[in-house]
Design a protein around this ligand. Structure first.
Ligand code: PMP
Ligand code: GLN
Length: 387
């Protein structure tokens, strides 16, 4: 029999699925895969139910229903002062994952170089390779996850087509500063490249940090495709509603791929997300404040157990160093060990690196109910004998 596509065939099942299955097998508390354990805002879900019944359910427009494209544009104006034309500069996708695939497949030709920053979200590399792109990997390292500017500059060259940049960043919790983004913008500009900006955690930033879209920096308006996700902004990860914003010519490139990947996204969910994006500032503030309290609770608890933890500035995640606990295996072994014996699941940070990660860092998701986080800490405390 002839073999299947070699890029996908060479890959295993995603680490998130593997660890969630392991958590279920051991009845462990799953702080691995990043999803909230609530059911999202009642009013947004109620709108989805209403629109399922009283609005059309046939194919919506390929770029998305007008109400959501308008809401994405006015959201960009309200939060970042970006002027966006909803008709020519916004496209709705089936989650940010599809948005990323559409942007990458729409832009990259075989042989184009794509700069990627590790640790990276797991869908980037396979899709870049599927497009025939050549990944140029730049590593960030704990505990500071600082941007290694010389290495980043060296990764750019005449064949660079694009950089994929994720801020706030999974799994590090890093929020890129304006200064760092200016540096990236300089490279993008100098090398006549594009930036695919994965900004799914845009509203999940904590005291002292705020999200800045690269697109808003000088010279970047025509070079960026900016991606958001209703999954994160409304704590509804199963909905898979994403959106891309970009200058008309760039957006058309992504739309050419989108039309053959999914073409559209369920219309009632799009309309409900439009309602959600129009919610007042208080909604977005509360989302971040509630998450920050959870971050503090989990990070402090992990510190008491003996993990070395730096507070993340954004996202759902804290990446903790288990080295001080004296465990001798690597991060994969550690995650399996605590799942099976302590009843708590995390994700090995090495899964976000192509050729081996820092080795002793694991990612815990704190987007969970307070009692779930408390029980997880309790289990880990008992396991590591800190009581
Ligand atoms: N990018 C990053 C960095 C993520 O963490 C996620 C979360 N799954 C995604 C993209 C994909 O988002 P979505 O669920 O909307 O496809
Ligand atoms: N973004 C989520 C995470 O990083 C998982 C997404 C997925 O399961 N594919 O945990």
């Amino acid at each position: 029999m002839k073999s299947a596509n070699k890029i996908f065939a060479s890959l295993g099942t995603t680490v998130f699925t593997v660890m969630s299955a392991l958590a279920a097998e051991h009845k462990a508390i799953n702080l691995g895969q990043g999803f909230p354990d609530g059911n999202g805002p009642d009013d947004v879900r109620a709108k989805a139910a209403l629109f399922l019944d009283d609005q059309p359910n046939q194919y919506p427009p390929m770029l998305g229903v007008p109400s959501l494209r308008e809401a994405v544009a006015s959201h960009a104006k309200r939060f970042y002062g970006l002027e966006v034309d909803w008709q020519s500069e916004v496209m709705v996708t089936s989650g940010a994952t599809e948005a990323l695939a559409s942007c990458i497949l729409g832009l990259i030709n075989p042989g184009d170089e794509v700069v990627l920053i590790e640790p990276l979200y797991d869908s980037y590399l396979p899709i870049v390779r599927l497009a025939g792109g050549i990944p140029k990997l730049v590593r960030l390292s704990p505990p500071g996850w600082e941007l290694p500017r010389a290495e980043l500059a060296a990764a750019f060259g005449p064949k660079t087509k694009a950089i994929i940049i994720n801020s706030p960043m999974n799994p590090t919790g890093k929020v890129f500063t304006e200064e760092e983004l200016r540096f990236v913008a300089g490279l993008v500009d100098r090398h006549d490249a594009y930036a695919i900006c994965d900004e799914v955690y845009e509203h999940l930033t904590f005291e002292g940090s705020s999200h800045i879209p690269l697109m808003g920096l000088p010279g970047m308006r025509e070079r960026c495709l900016r991606i958001g996700s209703a999954g994160k902004t409304f704590s509804l990860t199963g909905w898979k509603v994403g959106y891309v914003t970009g200058a008309p010519g760039l957006l058309v490139s992504a739309a050419k791929a989108h039309q053959f990947l999914t073409f559209t996204t369920p219309p009632n969910l799009q309309r409900a997300v439009a309602y959600g994006l129009d919610k007042d500032d208080g909604y977005f503030r509360t989302l971040a404040e509630e998450l920050q309290a959870k971050r503090d609770f989990l990070a402090n608890g992990l510190r008491k157990i003996g993990f070395r933890v730096a507070d993340p500035q954004g996202t759902y995640f804290v990446s903790a160093d288990f080295k001080p606990l004296g465990f001798t295996g690597d991060d994969v072994a550690f995650c399996r060990h605590i799942t099976a014996t302590a009843g708590v699941t995390a994700i090995p940070v090495s899964a976000f690196y192509e050729n081996g990660g820092p080795g002793t860092f694991v990612r815990f998701a704190f987007c969970k109910r307070d009692e779930v986080l408390a029980e997880a800490l309790d289990r880990l405390t008992t396991h590591f004998g800190k009581r």
